[in-house]
Design a protein around this ligand. Structure first.
Ligand code: DWN
Ligand code: ZN
Length: 406
């Protein structure tokens, strides 16, 4: 793997901003017998001085990350299921009764099923055959493949044009977005709309949520960088809407250039980002310093618990936690185990740091005193569900934006 210094989007120079060091694949939860075979890469990210897109310097091969054993399923969060129902309600206005809907990166079909139930023809694409199987089990049509200009041609030949193309938490995973946009241009009807939502760089900076940086997230978008990226392929953002999901995301409503009136909100956001310094290096350097403070604070906090002989556990074996644990050098000496509801993760160990992952039921059985909330983006749902934990004196440890105990 070579270290990339030219921008994947425009070929401009990428200035290195953060280097989190040796890192395993975020979702490569591992069995004990495979520890010796674990693969690592170097997790570093930077910003393009020409188009301002924030990107990884190196990304492992997509086929190593997205495969038939992908362990993340969207349906695992009730609030996310509600969010996607709302997304469907808010975008149905772009459709007529004859419209078809395509989702790129449909995972288990949680979002697309809402359109299917409303009677629209739906097609889902996902490179992980195990997640796609769950979508098919909901009665959806789909294909297990990477979406690109070639597979788009095949999907068009088979399915025709789509009035709505969706991509939720997927665009930020795709290294060759230019080719994907070529694919979208082939399957999208002339007035059709592309709706994407991904973690928003502005929120990552505001909250120092550096754990959004991991192998799968090759890009973190600002409005500025998204607009630049789309312009190359004659698309434009005609509206946008911040979302609470994944710690703060941005939904982009995109169409062919000139096809739809552009909301003043787009201009306002671009101006706001310009004023905040998204085209200058300082804001990125300030983020790098904040990451360093945040990791030191979390280590200190966990060492303090250890000194007092109080065992700490984790809640949610998230992709994001792989960055935090490896960057901060946190292993089973500081966190005894992580609880997670996903059967595919249970009985395995966290990538790189080898903390055991236990079934959620153990959270109840073991009555832990202190728990790091790695699934912090689901805090509202989890804190409500786990009111009894706090009521009996349990402490939540948060690390966003900096370590604190509540
Ligand atoms: O971008 C991505 C997003 C959409 O999902 C992917 N690259 C991978 C994945 O990222 P993540 O693993 O950081 O996502 P979550 O949604 O923060 O993962 C939550 C984890 O916590 C899951 O393993 C399920 C688990 N969980 C739990 O044990 N109890 C979740 C909830 C809501 C719970 O109550
Ligand atoms: Zn660039």
């Amino acid at each position: 793997m070579t270290r990339r210094v030219s921008c994947r989007v425009c070929g401009g120079k990428v200035i290195e901003i953060v280097d989190f060091g040796r890192m395993p694949l975020a979702n490569a939860f591992i069995r004990e017998q495979d520890f010796a075979k674990e693969k690592f890469f170097r997790l570093a990210a930077g910003v393009c001085e020409k188009c301002s897109i924030f990107q990884l310097l190196e990304q492992p091969q997509p086929s190593a990350m997205f495969h038939s054993d992908y362990p993340f399923f969207t349906a695992g969060s009730e609030r996310m299921r509600e969010h996607f129902q709302r997304l469907a309600d808010e975008t149905k206005g772009f459709l007529t009764s004859r419209s078809a809907v395509l989702e790129i990166g449909c995972n288990d079909g949680t979002l697309l099923e809402n359109f299917h139930r409303a009677g629209f023809r739906c097609f889902g694409v996902d490179p992980s055959s195990n997640t796609l199987e769950r979508a098919l089990a909901r009665g959806l049509f789909g294909r297990a493949c990477f979406f690109n200009s070639k597979t788009a041609d095949e999907i068009y030949a088979d399915q025709g044009l789509f009035d709505l193309v969706l991509s939720a938490n997927c665009f930020c995973h795709i290294p060759d977005l230019g080719d994907v946009l070529d694919g979208v241009a082939r399957v999208l009807s002339p007035q059709g709309v592309l709706v994407t939502e991904d973690p928003y760089l502005g929120e990552v900076f505001r909250q120092t949520s550096y754990d959004q940086i991991y192998d799968e997230h090759v890009f973190l978008f600002s409005v500025t960088s998204m607009a630049n990226l789309l312009a190359v392929k004659d698309f434009e953002i005609f509206d946008l809407e911040p979302q609470w999901t994944h710690g703060g995301s941005m939904r982009f409503y995109i169409a062919r250039k000139g096809a739809r009136p552009v909301s003043s909100k787009v201009r306002e956001f671009l101006k706001r980002e310009e004023q905040a310094g998204f085209k200058r290096e300082e804001i990125y350097r300030a983020f790098a310093a904040a990451c360093e403070r945040s990791r030191a604070g979390l280590r200190e906090c966990l060492e303090d618990f250890k000194r007092k002989d109080k065992p700490v556990y984790g809640y949610g074996a998230t992709s994001k936690s792989t960055t935090v644990l490896n960057y901060a050098g946190i292993g089973p000496d500081l966190i005894k185990a992580v609880f997670d509801t996903t059967p595919e993760k249970q009985g395995k160990f966290t990538p790189g740091t080898h903390i055991p992952i236990l079934p959620y039921a153990k959270f109840i059985d073991l009555c832990p005193e202190a728990v790091v909330l790695f699934a912090w983006n689901h805090a509202q749902e989890i804190l409500k569900k786990e009111e009894a934990f706090r009521a009996r004196g349990g402490k939540w440890i948060f690390y966003i934006p900096e370590a604190h105990v509540e």
